[in-house]
Design a binder for this molecule. Structure first.
Ligand SMILES: Cc1cc2nc3c(=O)[nH]c(=O)nc-3n(C[C@H](O)[C@H](O)[C@H](O)COP(=O)(O)O)c2cc1C
Length: 392
């Protein structure tokens, strides 16, 4: 089973990723991981930090000659801002000392105040440096590896933006397939529907003009997912629950939907479920729709896996409008102005792909096991063949 640990602060020297439980023989290079991490920077409405922060990666352990060894994979992602100037050296120094500029105007919508209360801090930076979405860079690095493992089972995971502010992709619009991922990434808002994309861009421009921010919804699609990941037997083994937790853990994600979960809640039962049919040509059962998002009873059913994540509008605004308080003086204040992105919904989609990949790779390892990729694939193929034989 896969276990992911990340460490590091937003303006510290580096992020560190440890991914434990990978089989041996998985081909992986720094360039593969970097390419995936570059996708996290995509999207109209992102600010300058995304442009000058290049992800400098070092594979510290677990890989030799381009292949995993079965030992923990360790990745360092250096923070170029740290090496480019000494701006953060005193502020983020691990040596004993104190900051000269404690942040005491806590920002609404961030972890600042709750984190200070929980850990007994008087400087919000002690919280915000780790709460920052910079940490998602570490997740995406690990997700690149999880995706690579899943590719050996024929699983491909993509995402696209289906809502930004009030601009939405119509429910009947065509969904992208893995072959469309480049087209999605080339869209400035990572939206597959051109008309909706134009409306989204207009919303971002309008919000930017007002110094405001936007949220939205991303849809993650996993193609080729094997039958039988997750289980109905216990609450914490249900794959829909695991996917929901993983997506909800992304900074600023406030809602998760599996398939058409919220829409079908308003329908009658007769129109809310995916009918099942025997496909004699392919020799398999098939669902005639994707309302359940490829999950029934917490188990993957071999259909397209569909999960959506809703992100709140970013809480740091380019115009200070949100009322807050200075924790040192208790005086009212206006949330401090800082250059920030207008929206991070397109980038969040890449992080959401990562989280789904990590959950699926973990469950695939649990079900199929194997110390090497060859063994893992052999076990998965044997399980698929056994299912086919039983079903026939
Ligand atoms: C990819 C990504 C980028 C983000 N960028 C920003 C940002 O530029 N400014 C901001 O205020 N919040 C940003 N956020 C959201 C904050 O990290 C998040 O709102 C904050 O940590 C509070 O988290 P919570 O809403 O889960 O409690 C981003 C989130 C993600 C996923």
């Amino acid at each position: 089973m896969l276990r992911l640990l990340t460490a590091g602060e937003s303006h510290g020297q580096a992020l560190v990723v440890v991914l434990e439980g990978l089989p041996a023989g998985l081909e992986i290079t720094v360039e593969d991981i970097q390419a995936e991490m570059a996708r996290r920077r995509l999207g109209y409405g992102r600010g300058p930090r995304q442009r000058f922060e290049v992800d400098e990666l070092t594979l510290l352990g677990g890989v030799r000659h381009g292949r995993t060894l079965g030992s923990p994979l360790a990745i360092e992602i250096r923070n170029t801002e740290w090496f480019r100037s000494d701006r953060w050296h005193d502020e983020m120094s691990p040596a004993p000392g104190e900051t000269k500029e404690p942040l005491t105007q806590v920002r609404p919508g961030h972890a600042d105040l709750a984190g200070m209360q929980k850990y007994g801090f008087t400087d919000a930076r002690d919280v915000l440096e780790r709460a920052s979405a910079r940490e998602t860079a570490a997740r995406v690095a690990a997700g690149a590896v999880a995706k690579r493992l899943l590719s050996h089972l024929g699983v491909e995971i993509i995402s696209h933006v289906i809502q930004m502010g009030s601009a939405r992709v119509p429910a009947e619009a065509a969904r992208p397939t893995p072959a469309d991922l480049d087209a999605v990434d080339e869209s400035p808002v990572r939206c597959f529907d051109n008309v909706a994309a134009d409306a989204m861009i207009a919303e971002v421009k309008a919000a930017a003009k007002d110094g405001d921010s936007l949220g939205g919804v991303v849809e993650v699609l996993a193609f080729g997912v094997p039958i039988g990941l997750g289980s109905h037997v216990h609450w914490d083994r249900k794959l829909d629950g695991l996917v929901a937790q993983a997506l909800m853990s992304i900074q600023a994600v406030k809602g998760v939907e599996i398939g058409d979960g919220f829409e079908v809640a308003g329908r009658r039962g007769s129109a809310a479920h995916d009918p099942i049919r025997w496909n004699s040509d392919d020799g398999r059962y098939e669902r005639l729709s994707t309302l359940a998002g490829g999950l029934e009873g917490g188990i993957t059913n071999g259909e397209l896996l569909v999960a959506r994540a809703a992100m709140k509008p970013l809480a740091t605004l380019n115009v200070p409008t949100l009322e807050t308080v200075d924790t040192a003086t208790k005086e009212s204040a206006v949330s401090f102005k800082e250059r920030t992105d207008v929206t991070a919904v397109p980038a969040m989609g890449v992080v959401a792909e990562t989280m789904v990949a990590l959950v699926l790779a973990d469950e695939a390892q649990r079900k199929f096991g194997g110390d090497s990729v060859a063994e893992f694939v052999r076990n998965a193929e044997a399980a698929a063949a056994a299912t086919r034989d039983r079903d026939a």
